[in-house]
Ligand binder design. Structure first.
Ligand code: GLU
Length: 494
């Protein structure tokens, strides 16, 4: 009997991006792992936009992040924006003040800057010196009456903080290394550490899964969970993603955001598939899989704590596989923004036919959709953009001119009698005929094919010649042969 999977109401993950930039590849991997973990455990996923840094956050970034998450095929059950919840943070901070677990700090930002400078010059760790920790009631009243701006600071008490990271095992901190930190800034907005804790509690988050750069924040957050009397969630920290050279992934290693990868011509299936292999792999050893089939096999405890290496060659290999799995009609849709004619006008029927032939010829060789774009430039223009040195060399041979002449006359005749369309078989037949006709001059193999290829493409590599001729059509072939003959003439003069 089929058992229906029940939603486990106790399992709740969250993905909490800050909209201060596009969806970075590392952040996308965190989102994906939260999605995989939540779905694999039959739980729920919350998307929380952490936009309390009003200066650096904006809606364009938020929209771009959401678009990219959706493009990757991720979905979520609930959505929140921290900037819409400011009174909740204030209410909780005031509770901590009442319980003497937090206090108002009236230090000016100038004083704090000077303090920091002094501590740095003395080689000491920077941190607050607790000046306002024990102000008496009348001092506080006085400051409030004067309307002095203040922050709300957490009173760090001596404690040992330990937690069991689901990926990394036990992690311990001593509160000695943590100074009294800000919960609410002077403009009334919460600090990151405070908002996260209030929200994780309010949203009933059971599992906090994020990058290892947040491990030190976890210590502060656990203190807050305890002080606020909240249940502490499980924590798991994903390892960093490094470039092949072992340094932190950055612009130097190529595209950094999902939007960029999409524009480079990576398919969503490939991105999702590849990112899920950064620190995890299905036990079956499969390398190509769809996300909706794999989450059943995902186990948080199988995630590795070793740094993940971002290997663009592997991503390209995966992407090439997904391109080949697409039917030509699916590809034609995906390629639309990448083809020269698709950029500003809709493809005509004739163009469509050309694109289909073109896709068919290149599908096996291509790793990204954008590569079609470069190749398409060669195929959709009447003229050859440039001649490769090797092609120019080939055409210097005495016999090349003979081959090109014959080829031109056959194409010319076909054009007059049957028009632009030419099938691969017809093109193949022409080449055979030329080969027969030039037998007595011992022109065969390379000396036969290369001049023809060079005369219509300007280079000596690419898909099979009859395919190229058929894709180009006789109109373009004739224009290009004419151009090549001029090129050969000019070359002779040099
Ligand atoms: N907003 C944080 C970030 O973008 C994530 C916070 C968290 O997951 O706790 O790095």
């Amino acid at each position: 009997m089929e058992t229906e999977k029940k939603y486990n109401k106790d399992i709740r993950f969250r993905f909490a991006p800050s909209p201060t930039g596009g969806l970075h590849i590392g952040t996308a991997r965190t989102a994906l792992f939260n999605w995989l973990a939540a779905r694999s455990m039959g739980g729920k996923l919350v998307l929380r936009i952490e936009d309390t840094d009003l200066k650096r956050s904006n809606r364009d970034f938020e929209n771009s992040i959401i678009n990219d998450l959706k493009w990757m095929g991720l979905d979520w059950d609930e959505f929140y924006r921290q900037s819409e919840r400011l009174e909740i943070y204030l209410r909780e901070a005031e509770k901590l003040i009442d319980e003497k677990k937090a206090y108002r700090c009236f230090c000016s930002s100038e004083r704090l800057e000077n303090l920091k400078g002094l501590l740095i010059s003395e080689g000491k760790p920077t941190g607050y010196d607790n000046k306002c920790r024990d102000l008496n009631e009348s001092e506080i009243e006085e400051n409030l009456k004067e309307k002095k701006p203040y922050t709300i600071r957490y009173r760090v008490e001596p404690d040992e903080i330990a937690f069991n990271d689901l990926i990394r095992g036990e992690i311990k901190f001593s509160s000695d290394v943590i100074s009294d930190f800000v919960l609410i800034k002077s403009d009334g907005t919460p600090s990151y550490n405070f908002a996260v804790v209030v929200d994780d509690n309010d949203m009933n988050i059971s599992h906090v899964l994020r990058g290892e750069d947040h491990i030190t924040n976890t210590a502060r957050q656990i203190m807050l969970f305890k002080s606020l009397g909240y249940d502490i969630p499980e924590f798991a920290h994903l390892s960093m993603i490094l470039g092949k050279d072992g340094s932190k992934l950055s612009k130097r290693h190529g595209a950094t955001t999902i939007t960029q990868y999409r524009e480079e011509g990576y398919l969503k299936e490939a991105i999702g598939n590849y990112l899920s292999l950064l620190s995890w792999a299905p036990k079956s050893g499969e390398e190509l899989f769809a996300l909706e089939n794999i989450f059943e096999k995902f186990r948080l405890q199988d995630v590795s704590k070793n740094p993940a290496i971002f290997d663009i060659d592997k991503l390209n290999w995966i992407n090439g596989n997904y391109i080949r799995m697409k039917s030509s009609s699916e590809l034609i849709k995906l390629l639309d923004p990448f083809l020269p004619s698709g950029k500003d006008k809709k493809l005509s029927e004739a163009d469509n036919l050309k694109v289909l032939k073109f896709i068919d010829a290149f599908k096996d060789k291509i790793k990204t959709l954008k590569e079609f774009d470069c190749l398409a430039e060669d195929f959709f223009m009447n003229e050859i953009a440039s001649y490769e040195d090797e092609a120019a060399e080939i055409m210097k041979a005495e016999t090349a001119g003979m081959v090109i002449e014959r080829f031109e006359s056959k194409i010319y005749r076909h054009n007059k009698e049957s028009g632009n369309e030419i099938s691969e078989e017809e093109a193949k037949e022409f080449i055979n005929e030329i080969s027969q006709e030039l037998k007595e001059f011992n022109i065969k193999g390379r000396m036969l094919y290369m001049p023809i290829r060079a005369s219509i493409t300007g280079n000596v590599h690419g898909p099979e010649l009859p395919k190229i001729i058929s894709i180009l059509g006789t109109d373009v072939c004739l224009k290009r042969i004419k151009q090549t003959k001029i090129f050969i003439e000019n070359n002779k003069k040099i």
